[in-house]
Ligand binder design. Sequence first.
Ligand code: B16
Ligand code: MG
Length: 214
Amino acid sequence: MNIYDFKLIIFDLDGVIVDTAKYHYLAWKELADTLGFDFTHEHNERLKGVSRTRSLEILLEVGGLTDAFSQEEKEKMAVAKNKRYVEYISTLTSDDILPGASKFLQKLRAVGIKTAIGSASKNAPEILERLGITDLFDIIIDGNSTQKAKPNPEVFELSAQRLDIASEQCAVFEDAQAGIDAALAAGMTAIAVGSPEVLYGASMYVRGVGCVAN
Ligand code: B16
Ligand code: MG
């Protein structure tokens, strides 16, 4: 596979362009602490690429509290977690962009390949602004512009539709199984950022997006 044969490259955000998973973890852990149970890094792996609402459900399941709260209480918890998360991401700068990502994006754009963000996060615009790379994307599709969470293909299909590019001409970089499944469901080529031991079904595996820049 030659990455430069594609017309659109879609990038997941957390885990592909920037490591915000550590901040999601800290914010969710604080919530678990207030609820009185331990939330480990291993538990946090289950939240990668998953929507905020679904993440809260998983967290409550970990704590054995699945049916313990009303919808209103759960909404308050999600708001409180997000408030802490937004505080954490306010410290992000261009130094937090994962190695080689900026260079790769610039190279793609220089040869006329379109670039997009396809993220579950509702905080994606703010994160991209803080990293200073908003302008490196032709389109940003995130948790604000989608109705259905990954593994539903909507987040990736929207970019291709809006840029009028056929799905077979799109490749998606993803670090989460839900995202790889979404890319495949969209009829796109999935490139996994991570190991084939934990991520299944991708056409190619890389340690980071910077590894494919040449
Ligand atoms: P927010 P991605 C995802 O980002 C994260 O991996 C996931 O852990 C998070 O729950 C989700 O965004 C929603 O984020 O609470 O900021 O809306 O990997 O799809 O870029
Ligand atoms: Mg991700």
